[in-house]
Design a protein around this ligand. Structure first.
Ligand code: G1P
Length: 234
């Protein structure tokens, strides 16, 4: 399985730092943020990795990642920040079959092998990962009934459940047929939740509950929490 790390975007919640630098280079304790999602893939046996970032910042990531990791990296530029699903579309030439997408501001510390095996053996085209949180309205939220996801909503004002949809997704290359059908959201982006909802509507979506640790480090609080965790765990 190949992997894609999305490291573009505006980083609005981390301004003013992100006015002058890409957020995925900001430190989580003693390492740049992007090392963590890359390590999530490598630690789970995924060593062919496409990194997508902005025209201004992709060069820095080449330098950082090639020096740090012994993996087979490819790079692609997302010319404008048009959303997560828009960025996934840029992976079309890189992907051949099933693949993982991880958001560059998500830290996922877990053994994902059982979930990956289950996805590979299934006839589902999309697997999302859920984690119970206390503040679900900041995230995509999923409602589950037994083995099935019955609803996904992006940042609901009044969430029905505490299940956040974390920034880690497994797809098949069939995803590239779906993305062109998406419409931009009110924030002017192709939303990953709309993409995942299309799988839900077609009965092609499955889910896994994350046992391990998860941090969204796209906010100052998230960065602080994750940095503390890493520092104490070191
Ligand atoms: C994105 C997704 C959201 C997901 C979150 C995880 O939100 O749209 O569904 O729960 O990542 O970090 P964003 O950070 O782009 O607002």
């Amino acid at each position: 399985m190949k992997g894609v790390v999305l490291a573009g975007g505006r980083g609005t919640r981390l301004r003013p730092m992100t006015d002058v630098m890409n957020k995925h280079v900001l430190p989580v304790y003693d390492e740049p943020m992007i090392f963590y999602p890359v390590r999530t893939l490598i630690d789970n046996g995924i060593s062919e990795i496409l990194v997508i970032s902005t025209p201004e910042h992709i060069g820095g990531y080449i330098q950082l990642l090639e020096e740090e990791f012994d993996a087979d990296f490819s790079y692609k530029v997302q010319k404008s920040p048009e959303g997560i699903a828009h960025a996934v579309r840029l992976a079309e030439d890189f992907v051949d079959d099933r693949f993982a997408v991880v958001l560059g501001d998500n830290i996922v510390i877990d053994d994902l092998s059982a979930s990956i095996e289950r996805f590979e053996a299934s006839d589902s085209d999309c697997m999302i990962f859920l984690k119970e949180v206390s503040d679900p309205s900041r995230y995509g939220v999923a409602e589950v009934a037994g083995d099935e996801v019955v609803d996904i909503t992006e940042k609901p004002a009044e969430p029905e459940t505490n299940n956040a949809v974390i920034g880690l997704y497994l797809y098949t290359d069939e995803v590239f047929d779906r993305i062109p059908d998406l419409n931009k959201s009110d924030r002017g982006e192709l939303e990953i939740t709309d993409l995942n909802e299309s799988y839900l509507d077609d009965g092609r979506l499955t889910y896994s509950v994350l046992d391990g640790e998860w941090f969204d480090v796209g906010t100052p609080d998230g960065l602080l929490k994750a940095s503390r965790f890493v520092a104490e765990d070191a």
